[in-house]
Design a protein around this ligand. Sequence first.
Ligand code: ZN
Length: 342
Amino acid sequence: MATGYVFDDIFTKHDLPGHPESAHRLFAVMDYLGKNDLLARLTSIPSRPATREELMRCHHPRHIERVEEISRRGGGMLDADTYTNPFSYEAAVRAAGGLVDLTAAVLNGTLANGFALVRPPGHHATPIRAMGFCLFSTVAIAARAARFDQGLERVAIVDFDVHHGNGTQDVLMEDPTALFVSSHEYPYYPGTGAIDEIGQGQARGTTINIPLSMGVGDEGYKRLYSDLVFPILRRFQPELILVSAGFDAHWNDPLANIGLSLTGYHWLCQSLINLAAELCQGRIVFTLEGGYNLDVLALGVGNVFRALLGDTAIGDSMGPSPWPEPDVSALLARLKTIHNVK
Ligand SMILES: [Zn+2]
């Protein structure tokens, strides 16, 4: 079975020259996939606008209307970091609809797995506001579609972007059918994602926040994911794994201070793919969030596709982090206590 992807030119028309979250990010990715004989091995799934119903499962109608209006009037800033231009609304709703359809193709058995190469990113967009370069909560919209339109009872979302996925958390924090795991630099933008944010009401325990000190890298991630996240995923028994894939936790990213290498990223992605094979017939779909070093981003996405296709070779021209890692033992012990992992 094939590996799918979503790409649309509209995702490169949402752009602000000089902004780190620019169209150059996707140009770099598509160029790399083309030159390294990966694109020709993938099945394209077209984008389509998410419907108003799909958007409203995660967002207040006034937020949706505000983004649409400001974009249709020519664009403008929605907060200090988050821009729109005349193409932004269309790009954001097509990012969400594209991920929904890619996920549906994996769930109905047309595709084995996939990666949505979409912009703008989504994981900071809350039910009521755009922020952190994000307009709509793409991954949460896809999780809700999997639940309401495909009948799934348990969807896991793993967010390894270096920033906390506050928007995804806000949408899903009272939803016990969605397990949300975020590993992120902390304290850092957007300020949320403390260890004791674990979900609310019936969903208490289905939000897992892993706040990382500066410099945590491959060894720390291996311990935290192997000894905490993977046991929690096995306990939750998801029918689908969605991944908010941000490549800004790489040591050479200009916006953050975490120490993953491309080899560490590959270990993490391959492990999640293996876990999907073990738990949910291999059903895993990645969606692009951040990542602002263009070489890291292109290689990182390329390595995910290699893993999805079953290749074993990867590219890591940048090597390991040059900085020593802090020990994560105390953090891991605290997390295991909070989440009752033996
Ligand atoms: Zn990020």
